[in-house]
Design a protein around this ligand. Sequence first.
Ligand code: RIB
Length: 343
Amino acid sequence: MVTAQEHSRIKDLLGRIVSGTRRVCVMGSANVDYTVTTEELPLPGQTVNGGPLQILPGGKSANQAASAGRIGARVSMLGMVGQDDNADFLLRKLSEAHVDTSHMGSAPGPSGSTVITVDSHGENTIVYSAGSNAQVSPDYVQANQSVLQEAAVLGLCLESPLEAVMASATICHNRGIPVLLNDSPFLADLPRELIGQTDILLVNEHELADLLRIEPELVAVDEQVADGFGRFHDQWEQIRSSLAAFGYQTAIVTLGSHGAVVLNGSQATYIRPVHVQAVDTTGCGDSFMGTILSGIAAGLSLTDSAYLASYVAAYAATGIGAQASYGSSQQILNFYFPVTEKS
Ligand code: RIB
């Protein structure tokens, strides 16, 4: 349970998002997640028993948009669904999460989908089939540029064709609208132009290690020493300057159950993890990103946004699925602070 001080800070930050008027735009993917839980994830060549098949709304971008919408941000999504039954399902679930889908397109063939297995610790494996997400083109982006231009912040990931991602980044960057890029599914060699148009990079610890070609252990933060983390902790100062040399001046690195680090200018700020009983971590990173986008649109600092995101994303780990596990501001407050909210 969180302290009264934490509760009041979370409540204040969520309140600022709910009362914000500026829009988040997410351009990218929507998938139907065919999800099965199992005790242990299967090894190559192995067959394991699983629970009932669940058909759930997902897709990194749609999840980011849905998480933002659920906590009360104003959100528009750009992307393509297919011409199948899943299309209606995906659009309906986004609308239920208060995401404006009125500019989403539709392409012949199946919608995006994934096959997901979740083990008894909440860890997962995901296989992605792009379907209609592969049809998102620079022409479609250009045709919907007004949606991008009206946004206070743009969220992108790499489940859509790179040309469409770059076209979106260019439109926003040229207008001074901050671009938040989630380099996932991870691509090591992004075009210089896209790096230059990315205001904030969001990666997890594995993606960061791959990007900088360093040992994953160098990224690890031991929570026991987090109190002494300090602004210029050697390890993160080195990472910060390597990312800056790469072209990323500002970045957020998520560390799974170990928290996150915000690298902003010359500062590295450690965001402590929020511990919950994890059921399924699918889409937690997307929920984290959706909250960061919401925070930026509402004028919160990156540190405040990441602090809040750690609570919102941890809440998402307590339920099965990605969007299916996202909470409203009130649900999140009630979860962490049931006594005060009831009294
Ligand atoms: O990040 C989780 C998401 O990745 C899932 O919802 C799945 O659709 C894949 O895109």
